[in-house]
Design a binder for this molecule. Structure first.
Ligand code: FDA
Length: 396
């Protein structure tokens, strides 16, 4: 096959980071081509945030990211802030809403956000080539040569923006990790993050009956602690609280759930309740805080039947302990099939935190989720994609 194209920059991956980088680099006057094996650009943008894309978080700090090197993300996050991205979104007239403090979503549809990026690429003159697989990448005297399923492309700079492993049906692949290893970088072990937990049979049996119920909890795993809603599903436990702690959970360890974060000392409240209403059952008290179905299930599961007058202080202490610190050991997670992100990835030690260039391979850059930088839930992952994409685009 003869060389059929020469460009300045090839970006592999037409996702959030790749499109941002491509438009930014093309505005610098570079000839840029984005190559993606999927049939559509930005598929994850379209499915994100329940179809409305939580595109940034105004409160982004480096502490919202998990990485073996927590300092790596600082420079890019400082140089390209949520306010920069918001300015771009507003310039394109995209209506947005702040659903929770700092979390910005499209008011209507994530399509509007993808349109911003595609329009920017078009205006800047970046070309997007879809349905194109990459068979081989080699280094040349002046840069890189890519053999694709269509042709051979030469470029001076190569930006790898092919994301992580989550949602393989959306085009996710381990190609970025393969390229990293090919060029001498190490890849830290990957695992699914921001993902629902699956449960062992003894918990699944009672909780799956409650599928669809959501309740505010404080969940803890490792050193992480999140006050968010927990959603019970027919497969296990999900909702923001579980997704958040899943990124900090180590297989085989327990997750702790405080079902009653609004009560600091439920034992005292329970003792008062027993003294005031000795003939009532515990379920009636629980119904102040939980739905009828969940209250009944808690009573059944933990054997809390009977009138309150039958509850000694010790027994009420047991109730309070369960409600404030219920522990379960997940059997696992739903894995990459439903995970929002991939933890681990390309080791940032081998890269410049300013321009994302591989220290030992000039012209080669890695950006976005393929790196070992993973945001918490709430728009941080997209902010990382924009920031790493912009900083690299500006540096080319
Ligand atoms: P991204 O995955 O977006 O793009 C990678 C691109 O590379 C894809 O287009 C893919 O087809 C392409 N590619 C892969 N392998 C290739 C190969 N071998 N050859 C060519 N192309 C290849 N984050 C957030 O901040 N707010 C939110 O609301 C959500 N919501 C959300 C919901 C769901 C269901 C998921 C799965 C994820 C989220 N996220 C999120 C996370 C967010 O989507 C994610 O972190 C970013 O999309 C990462 O951007 P990247 O550009 O790095 O990868």
């Amino acid at each position: 096959m003869t060389v059929s194209s020469v460009v300045d920059v090839v970006v592999i991956g037409a996702g959030a980071a790749g499109l941002m980088c491509a438009a930014t680099a093309a505005y610098q006057g570079h000839r840029v081509r984005v190559i993606d094996h999927a049939n559509k650009a930005g598929k994850k943008i379209l499915m994100s945030g329940g179809g409305r894309c939580n595109f940034t978080n105004l409160n982004t700090t480096p502490e919202h990211f998990v990485s073996a090197n927590p300092h790596f993300c600082k420079s890019a996050l400082k140089r390209y802030t949520p306010w920069h991205f918001l300015e771009l979104v507003e310039r394109h007239g995209v209506e947005h809403v702040e659903k929770a403090p700092g979390q910005l979503f499209c008011a209507d549809s994530a399509k509007a956000l993808l349109a911003v990026l595609l329009t920017e690429c078009e205006w800047a003159g970046a070309e997007i080539q879809l349905d194109t697989g990459i068979r081989r990448v080699v280094r040349t005297d002046s840069g890189f040569e890519l053999t694709t399923t269509r042709e051979t492309v030469r470029c001076q700079s190569l930006v790898v923006a092919c994301g992580g492993l989550s949602i393989p049906t959306m085009g996710a692949s381990g190609f970025g990790y393969q390229l990293a290893e090919q060029f001498g970088l190490s890849v830290l072990p990957t695992r699914a993050g921001l993902v629902p937990f699956t449960l062992p049979p003894e918990h699944k049996a009672w909780l799956s009956e409650l599928s669809g119920i959501s309740t505010e909890v404080v969940a803890e795993a490792g050193k992480a602690r999140f006050a968010e809603p927990m959603l019970i599903t027919h497969r296990g436990l999900s909702g923001p609280a579980m997704l958040q702690v899943s990124s900090f959970w180590a297989p085989g360890t327990a997750v702790t759930v405080d079902w009653l974060p609004q009560l600091e000392d439920p034992l005292q409240v329970l003792i008062q309740e027993r003294n005031a209403h000795p003939n009532r059952g515990l379920e009636r008290w629980l119904r102040q805080y939980f739905s009828q179905r969940l209250s009944a299930a808690l009573v059944e599961q933990f054997g809390w039947q009977g009138h309150l007058q039958q509850f000694s202080n010790d027994r009420l202490g047991g109730v309070a302990a369960v409600l404030k610190g219920w522990q379960f050991k997940p059997s696992g997670t739903e894995g990459y099939r439903t995970a929002e992100v991939t933890l681990g990835g390309v080791n940032t030690d081998g890269l410049s935190s300013r321009n994302f260039e591989v220290k030992t391979v000039p012209g080669l850059h890695f950006i976005g989720e393929v790196l070992d930088v993973t945001g918490q839930l709430g728009g941080f992952n997209f902010q990382w994609a924009w920031a790493s994409g912009w900083c690299t685009g500006m540096a080319l």
